[in-house]
Design a protein around this ligand. Structure first.
Ligand SMILES: Nc1ccn([C@@H]2O[C@H](COP(=O)(O)OP(=O)(O)OP(=O)(O)O)[C@@H](O)[C@H]2O)c(=O)n1
Length: 399
């Protein structure tokens, strides 16, 4: 057995010593069987949350209503969840109440896909009542039991299915595709944040072409914010070839494929409930991407965009144009590094200086003058020095 399972074995032993069962479950076991790297393990147990809390002195209640307790043991933390059934799903969302059970089989039976319903004991022995291993071997995503039932219990699972297609390159088993095509409207009930997280993983997956195709084929895309009747942009997204785009770049690329106007861009991102800071960053990348596609940048563009946006835009430019050439970015980053100032706060002049020099109250003229000075410093028409700027401004005004 490999890390991080190995260091969690004592946790399982401790639970067993107290008279309960404990297993590794979920994504970590699946990824282990796929030879993928694993960051953390999920543990399932027959002990109730209170019983878990009695076994371990240090715990945090992170999701006790769903049966999950965070255990701190030997300076590491582990999520331990009581075996449960989720027959009480309401409104096709997550369950409001769960029923704790003592049987591992029942716990595995309530899970979404057979590849996610494999348990592993502390000796590395696999418990696989739904043949998850053969599904992995056959590279098939198959629900545990009836697909329609699993998707009705939690409609997000439909997006999870397509996200796994993107991440693993597996196929969706026939009944699963059929159920998906029928039940996609249930996705309307799912919180945008949960859909967003799956959509972002889907876009990042290596097999996104296949996954985007499924979104189109099953009509799932129509239940994603701003994508109703937007088949073509997703087809464009299938064409782009990329591995390393960051999350914000991915959103900007989608905006580009959607050919949205500036105002609509903001609404689109807001509808996906992206955090305000991310919306601003994505808008900035998108705006400068359009500029990059339409014209050369001025020094002022480089300055306003800043180092990170320049890098993002250049990478996206390559993706859109299908070119590997990287000359512009090297040249621009070099130019950017040589700029006399990198941001407004580095200017050796303030609005107060201007108001004193011109003996005028603030107003739109002030911003105009500051931008003029800023551009002139960047173009090296004036040195970034308070008295030099004053001299230059006075001269300009006399002309
Ligand atoms: N809607 C869901 C979400 C999760 N699960 C089960 O809970 C496990 C853990 O879920 P989660 O951590 O959300 O996803 P992973 O499958 O671990 O995948 P990843 O870590 O790649 O997100 C899954 O493997 C699956 O058995 C489920 O049945 N239905």
């Amino acid at each position: 057995m490999l890390e991080p399972f190995l260091s969690a074995v004592p946790v399982l032993e401790k639970i067993e010593k107290a008279g309960f069962e404990a297993y590794f479950v979920g994504g970590a076991v699946r990824d282990f069987l796929l030879n993928k790297s694993i960051s953390d393990v999920d543990i399932a147990t027959s002990a109730t949350p209170n019983e878990v809390k009695r076994i371990f002195p240090k715990t945090v209640d992170i999701g006790i209503e769903h049966g999950t307790v965070l255990v701190i043991y030997q300076n590491e933390s582990y999520e331990i969840t009581t075996f449960r059934t989720e027959s009480e799903y309401q409104d096709f969302r997550r369950p409001n109440e769960v029923t704790f059970v003592r049987s591992l089989y029942e716990d595995l039976q309530r899970r979404d896909f057979t590849m996610n319903a494999i348990a592993m004991d502390r000796n590395g022995k696999l418990i696989d009542p739904f043949n998850g291993q053969s599904a992995i071997q056959e590279r098939k995503i198959q629900t545990v039991g009836q697909a329609t039932e699993r998707f009705r219990e939690d409609a997000l699972r439909m997006m999870r299915a397509v996200r796994f297609v993107s991440q693993l390159g597996f196929d969706l088993e026939g009944e699963t595709v059929k159920a998906l095509a029928i039940l996609v409207p249930l996705l309307d009930k799912i919180a945008i944040e949960r859909k967003r997280s799956e959509f972002e993983k889907l876009l990042k997956g290596k097999n996104r072409k296949q996954a985007l195709n499924l979104l189109i084929k099953t009509g799932l895309f129509s239940f994603l914010p701003g994508l109703k009747n937007q088949k073509n942009p997703l087809e464009d997204m299938q064409v782009y070839d990329f591995d390393e785009l960051k999350k914000n770049e991915m959103w900007a690329l989608l905006l580009y494929a959607l050919t949205l106007k500036e105002k609509a861009v903001e609404d689109f991102l807001r509808n996906w409930r992206l955090p305000v800071k991310e919306i601003r960053d994505i808008q900035q990348i998108f705006l400068y991407l359009l500029k990059r596609l339409n014209q050369e940048w001025t020094l002022y563009d480089l300055y306003v965009a800043g180092h990170d946006t320049i890098k993002s835009v250049e990478i996206m430019f390559q993706v859109i144009k299908g070119t590997k050439k990287n000359e512009a970015i090297t040249r621009w980053l070099k130019l950017y590094e040589q700029l006399p100032i990198k941001e407004r706060s580095e200017m050796n002049v303030t609005g107060n200086d201007l108001m004193t020099w011109f003996d005028r109250k603030g107003g739109p003229w002030l911003k105009e003058q500051l931008v003029k000075i800023e551009k002139s410093i960047l173009e090296e028409k004036v040195v970034n020095d308070n008295s030099k700027i004053k001299e230059w401004l006075m001269e300009c005004n006399q002309k």
